[in-house]
Design a protein. Structure first.
Length: 207
């Protein structure tokens, strides 16, 4: 069932951290999709259904994750840095580490997208490309596992404590505008072959 995605509803503008956490669940699911494909033999041919599912996961990382990283780097982290609460000052090094993770992830995402698109175009990957695809997906999975645990477990709860309602609403409004500039289009629902999860339309809404 196609779904036109876009900005989060206005009712969610006051809870931007919930939206960011929901995006983490989508990142985890799409990483799982990529891991399922990486586990296949290098010379495995992609069928039509496989191509659709792989294309969806690649598209999520290409179109929606950049907005998520910008939400944190441009909207959330700067406000936390300006907070005068003692807990915020103690968390400064964590924010720097998270930004370093983002910087390291970007070229890996670009490489995964390049190789994934090549896989889609040719229907298979050469052994060297497949090996590189596997390495990059594994590196992203490892990085996001620790990164998301830190954000969900420490940084987002801290933000709720030290930021005002007005600041949280401003973050939500910036997130909404960001998605207005980069709206996603219609995304169909597809099961993930060989995987525990299914990609459902709501899970691939930009966040
Ligand atoms: Fe992050
Ligand atoms: Fe995040």
């Amino acid at each position: 069932m196609p779904l036109t995605t876009g900005m989060p509803p206005s009712s969610s503008l006051g809870r931007p951290l919930d939206l960011l956490a929901e995006c983490h669940r989508r990142i985890e699911r799409c990483l799982h999709v990529l891991a399922v494909y990486a586990a296949r033999p290098a010379d495995a041919e992609l069928g039509d259904h496989d191509r659709d599912v792989l294309a969806l996961a690649l598209r999520y990382f290409r179109e929606s994750v950049p907005a998520h990283l910008a939400d944190e780097e441009e909207s959330l982290f700067p406000r936390m840095r300006h907070a005068t609460h003692p807990l915020a000052i103690a968390a400064m090094h964590r924010l720097a580490a998270l930004e370093s993770d983002h910087a390291a992830a970007r070229p890996r995402h670009e490489l995964v997208d390049l190789l994934g698109q090549r896989w889609l175009e040719r229907g298979h990957l050469e052994a060297d490309d497949h090996h590189l695809f596997c390495r990059m997906v594994a590196a992203l999975a490892e990085m996001y596992s620790q990164h998301i645990a830190l954000e969900d477990g420490e940084v987002f709860p801290l933000a709720v404590r030290i930021l005002s309602r007005g600041e949280l609403r401003a973050i939500g409004e910036e997130m909404s505008r960001r998605r207005g500039r980069h709206p996603a289009s219609s995304i169909p629902s597809r099961p993930v072959p060989g995987g525990r999860f299914q990609i459902r339309p709501r899970e691939l809404q930009p966040a």
